[in-house]
Design a binder for this molecule. Sequence first.
Ligand code: ZN
Length: 681
Amino acid sequence: MKYIFTLLLILSSNILFAQIDIRQIFENKTEVYFRFEISDQSELDVLTNIISIDNVEKGKTVYAYANISEFEEFLKLKYDFEILPNPSSIIEPEMSNNIEDITAWDVYPTYDAYVNLMNQFQTNYPQICKLIDAGNTVQGRKILFVKISDNVNQREAEPQFMYTSSMHGDELTGYVLMLRLIDSLLSSYGNDPRITNMINNAEIWINPLANPDGAYRSGNNTVSGATRYNFNNYDLNRNFPDPVNGVNPNQQVETTRFRTLQEANNFALIANFHGGAEVVNYPWDTWSNTGTNSRIHADQTWYQFISRLYADTCQFYSPSGYMTYLNNGITNGGAWYVIHGGRQDYTNWYRHGREVTIEISNTKLPPAGQLPSFWEYNKRSFLNYIEHIFYGINGVVTDTVGNPVRAKITIISHDYDSSEVYSDAATGFYSRMIQPGNYTLKFQAPGFFDFISNPVQISSYYSSINFNVEMIPVVPIPVELVSFAANVIDNDVHLEWTTATETNNKGFEIQRSVIPSEARKLSWEIIGFVNGKGTTTEPQRYYFVDKSLINGSYSYRLKQIDFDGSFNLSDEIEVSIESPKTFSLEQNYPNPYNPSTKISWQSPVSSWQTLKVYDILGNDVATLVDEYRKAGSYEVEFNAVETRRGVSLPSGIYFYQLRLVDPSSSSGQNFVETKKMILAK
Ligand SMILES: [Zn+2]
């Protein structure tokens, strides 16, 4: 049933606006399908951000979808429009929950039968088929892939390919055709050399149903009433990060599932299937390749070739008129109509892969009996399209010991707008499909020198050049110690070292080990860190004092650390600290003296040390030491003219007294001794 509002418009557009009852339009539905006329293509620039444009015929008639809030925005633009029946309400699709019926491929499966069939593929072909659950949808249905490859449980150095269908839940031709493709690939393995080769040398990932909540909007047993949008009423093909608009603030969980999967893998080539037209749509969708603001993909020539091959092959195996829309079955996305947030541009711009959008049937939900015909029209194109991943330049990028390296691979004087590709972090494999020509490749990865290839010649679209690259790591030149020495002064160990030039030097960790120790080599203790000078060509001198020692023998070494965490260890040097065996206070020297003299003493224990000078009347005239010190031999210089108290002492007889108190000794292992000295000016 059609609601036609065009007649009302004759009265006045304002009256029309007032008379539209949006609740009536959305009665029993979450989205509407409608059409209207535009007078200029530039009107689409505004419209594409408001509603979900589905088709633009002859640059004039727009077919679109909207949820209720989108439609309210659309109404403000006051276009004359016509509500159309939702495409999934036109026929009563034939459904089955029986796998035997379904594998005749002329019926739509119920949701449960779909899940069972996907599981059965893995059960029947465990060597080459693995079921991948990419996660749940809004309503808790599953986004399922099968991965088809030899050694299917391993990640091999092979190109990764993806087919995904029906992200618009009411465009379901591709859904059944993808299930049939999975079955055909699996059952042909070992029989058909072409398909066997594909499975042996690639990972083929197939997701038949990207929007199960939309497809089964009316419940798991029918696709009648399927919606384009997901359960939250968002168009998933307007929901991906976009080169112009960035990440969608209302990113849906289905979008997140695909993004997560694509970020964890390195899909070289993808196609996503839709319905409502019969055309292969190549990048960009967010820009047109003609007119003002046009932007042409660096690989447009290659894209046009693979799109043309797909469409022409379909045309050859179908009645006249199939897959002939727009430019005889192919189009640039933006030249048809610009959209933002499509998954095709996401893959191209953000994932550096290649993806086209294939509109596979004019009728979005054709009678199930027509599905075998669409299979006949497309089955050769399905295989041709997969095989593109074997052409062009491909290979493995490793480091010098064979570990995979994720490298950015740019074709000089060709790549721009994110058209460069990357090798896979897990395997090092890369795939660079490209039109015939001579190409120079630049490989770049953090921590490695750039590698630039000699020219590589691709002589045809079916040429394949294997080009493996070994990246040379950028290893910092070790910081070389010119000297490393230790001196014991007052029982402290003074370490000193020098370097010549330095590269990337974060600094030196000082490590100490006790000798003798059974576990000496295992018990290096970190006692300090001295910052390095980074990179410099000037000789550098460093200093560190270890004051925490008691009697014994010690080893020291330096761990020189670069900013990237790599390090070098110095040679070890050994130091002995010997404490005196007995207490003693020596006679000052010289004596008599003028104006200064030296006083030395020894303590076999750590103690509080006080050394004072008194005059002949017993007055305290100077304090030379008053602090805790460890065991050792000490010396101090006393200047009678410039005392620390700022007075100049007269000539005469003085006394100096050393008092040592060991605070840890309960017996008070004390030592007190006084000696006489003469100041003679
Ligand atoms: Zn679509």
